[in-house]
Ligand binder design. Sequence first.
Ligand SMILES: Nc1ncnc2c1ncn2[C@@H]1O[C@H](COP(=O)(O)OP(=O)(O)OP(=O)(O)O)[C@@H](O)[C@H]1O
Length: 583
Amino acid sequence: MRLFSLPPWLRLLAGYASMYRTRVAVGIGCSTAARVCDLLPMIIAGYAVNHITSSPDGSTGFLAYGLAVFCAFGGLAIFQSSSDYLLAAVAQCIRHDIRMKLFAKILAVDTEFIEARSKGDLLSVVTNDVDVLNVFFSETIANLVRVVISFAGTYGYLFWLDARLALILAFPLPLAFLAMRLFSRRVQPQYLTSRRAVGRFAGTLENSLQGIPVLRAYCAEQAETDRLKKESAFYRDTAVAAAKTRRNFIPIIYGIAGLSFALLIGGGGWLTQQPGGPSLGAYTTCVLMGMRLVVPIFTLTFLINQLQQAKAAATRVRELLFVTPRLADPADATDLQGIPETVRFHKIRFRYPNHPELFSDLSFTINKGEFIGIAGPTGAGKSSLIKLLLRFYGPNSGQIAINGQNLEELAAASFRKHVGYVSQHPFLFHGTVLDNLCLGSPEATDAEIQQALRQAGAEEMVRALPQGLHTILGDQGDTLSGGQKQRLSLARALLRDPEVLILDEATSAVDPATESIIHTNLMGLRKNRIIIAVAHRLSTLTSCDRILVMDQGGIVQEGPHRQLVSQEGVYQTLWQALQETPC
Ligand SMILES: Nc1ncnc2c1ncn2[C@@H]1O[C@H](COP(=O)(O)OP(=O)(O)OP(=O)(O)O)[C@@H](O)[C@H]1O
């Protein structure tokens, strides 16, 4: 089979199956043998009937027919179980492979894609859609073999046995193929909509579960239930619509099967009685095989159903697998030379997709040994600047350079491995405190862990936890307070002993006394590294070497706190507002 002539979704699945080609081939071979064994008893029955009608009374040899039928069943048992096992095992392997590939892809795609797409929908592709593909490999392939062998075997044998009877049985078949074509065309968009609806429902559900405390606080349970109900109902309706299409199709197929069988019983019976007509044995075999065709015909409806569902699921899997990350490392990416010593933003223009321009001319330089504060009103772009530096997004023009090397031409990991980052919304994974701390530093020693905790003002806090470092944190660290989460995130960043430490509102939820201790610790760490701290609470930036003040798409002021606070401008306004804010 030429792979490139297959439709894209099937080409994707064939590609995965080809990695297990031996097992798939043996599985299909066993399934084929099982179907042959399944047909054999009917053929043997025909011979037995002919034996009865053509032999004198008291003829022997029937034991051989019985034995042959028994052996056929034995073969059926062995081949069927082997094929089921092999195809199920391959299906599990492929499910695993596709899941891992999808997860790797999700990790590689642009932040823009992840931020725009519902997490529940992504989850649905990796779980539900991949499960549908598992069914394709474990059941659909076996069903396909069942149908092909049953039809080809039955008609092949019957044509050889008596072409007239075979023709009678085959007469209505073109109608069945026409009906199947119509069914496929109608049901495919319904299945695709239905798969997308599952994704949307999963997205809404995930969002609702995360927001349960907010829903409770705002007594919005009913409103959220209604929202979820709408998504669930949409999914239900699309699935029911597909089931309706299938319901309309099944009677047509059974009708055609019934017509086929009726013609055989009536027409074939008449023909058998005519001089020169088929033998009674041939008629018996034909009737038995005709009856057995009902099962494959039913399987065929089932099969088309499964194929259409697999197509819809594979289409969604493909859509995700084939997303091209714009910010992926270029093919000729180079590694950062040495450790980061200078960070330079030069004439950066940047806008989020479909949003107005955020930075029209962002330029600054930071050198090793500096503790830089970033201040500015809400929405000025402080966190966006950090996202550009981490290459979560790319500038529309201008250049970000590390040690003079263009960030976009670097292998991202060669820079990121020098970075410790605490985001505005610190994220902790389900697992122990230790697991979370060692995320970027699996080799860290006990002494290093304790030191990082001390620097982040988290030593006492961790000691007070029920199992200390081995305490399990709930999803997203929900069993900790906001300030505790921030301190653990800071300790995680410090444990990497990074040359570039980026803190985005990293201590905003920590009490002022602890925050002051943390800052003193950080000031002591700035020698030989670059520290960038974004903060609204300007009091935390007063000891910074320099503060970059952002507004209106760029840096509007720059200097140490003392200088800025004495100058008229954005910083002074922010500082005065802070002084006037009642504690
Ligand atoms: N992923 C995104 N897609 C589109 N717009 C975004 C995205 N992230 C931020 N923005 C917009 O970019 C602007 C700057 O956001 P950013 O978070 O960088 O500001 P900030 O200065 O850090 O604000 P704050 O002080 O409130 O944290 C805002 O108008 C925000 O709505």
